[in-house]
Design a protein around this ligand. Structure first.
Ligand code: G1P
Length: 270
């Protein structure tokens, strides 16, 4: 069973400056809900209620969002606005939230390793909140995990000229949409990419990833890359890539952010 999820959320969000100077990028709203809200809901729908955050300086707004605010409750009670807090309050009631700070920004792999005390010796999901997913991707991945009991990365096909923005995988399809990973490269040059199947920000990791991360040398960009540790896992045992059903918005880019905003406005407000 997957009971825990980790949200790496220590990054500076430099692509969204100046907004991210004082607002964590994970708190930027798509219409009226911050990005983490969508990610946490996806976890809850997948049966995951123990949620850990790897945070850093300037990220307190995340903790405040995930805590009751009695003054605010009092203010909106008996008004039509009270219902706007329902979903968030449900999260606070049903989930536990734990936090650890990443002291140095040494890459996604390092962030995941920093989260080890929140996860322990359990398989867990990783959610990169700026990849906003529609279609319960984690639920699909948990089902697959229950069948194969190994690390799973969510993948989708991207334009050939965008492969240098992602971890790219290659392997052998063992059932429809499920690929046994043979190769995995972090942000390859466009002409050297093994495929156009890109890892997006949803992972299920088995806990042996922590020891592998401890032994992972800095890779692309001088950072400890999660991709490299997962590749080591694929070499030692089995890692699957899963072509999820649904839609993903890259809310780390202005274009994806606007697309998500329009999509959720149409879906929920019209
Ligand atoms: C990270 C990972 C990359 C993955 C991407 C998905 O990159 O390192 O392998 O494809 O997330 O969003 P980042 O976007 O943090 O540079």
């Amino acid at each position: 069973m997957i009971k825990k999820a980790l949200f790496p959320a220590a990054g500076y969000g430099t692509r969204f400056l100046p907004a991210t100077k004082s607002v964590p990028k994970e708190m930027l709203p798509i219409v009226n809900k911050p990005l983490i809200h969508y990610g946490i809901k996806e976890c809850m729908n997948a049966g995951i209620f123990e949620i850990g955050f790897v945070t850093g300086r300037n990220k307190r707004a995340i903790e405040d969002y995930l805590d009751f605010s009695p003054e605010l409750e009092e203010k909106v009670k008996d008004s039509s606005k009270a219902k706007l807090l329902h979903e968030t309050n449900e999260m606070i009631q049903k989930c536990t939230f734990t936090y650890v700070r990443q002291k140095e920004m040494l890459g996604l792999g390092h962030a995941v390793l920093t989260g080890e005390p929140l996860i322990g010796n359990n398989p867990f999901a990783v959610v990169l909140a700026d990849d906003l997913c529609e279609g319960e991707v984690l639920t699909q991945m948990v089902e697959l995990y229950n069948k194969y009991k190994c690390t799973i990365v969510a993948v989708e096909e991207v334009d050939k000229n965008e492969v240098n923005k992602y971890g790219i995988i290659d392997g052998k399809e063992i059932e429809d949409g499920v690929i046994m990973v043979k190769n995995m490269v972090e942000k390859p040059d466009i002409d050297k990419a093994p495929s156009n199947l890109a890892v997006i920000g949803r992972y299920i990791l088995t806990p042996d990833i922590f020891d592998l991360l401890r032994n992972t040398k800095p890779g692309k960009g001088g950072e400890i890359q999660l991709t490299d540790a997962i590749m080591a896992q694929a070499q030692e045992g089995m890692v699957l890539a899963y072509k999820f059903k649904g839609k993903r918005f890259d809310c780390g880019s202005v274009k994806g952010f606007i697309e998500a905003t329009n999509y959720f406005y149409e879906k929920e407000f019209k």
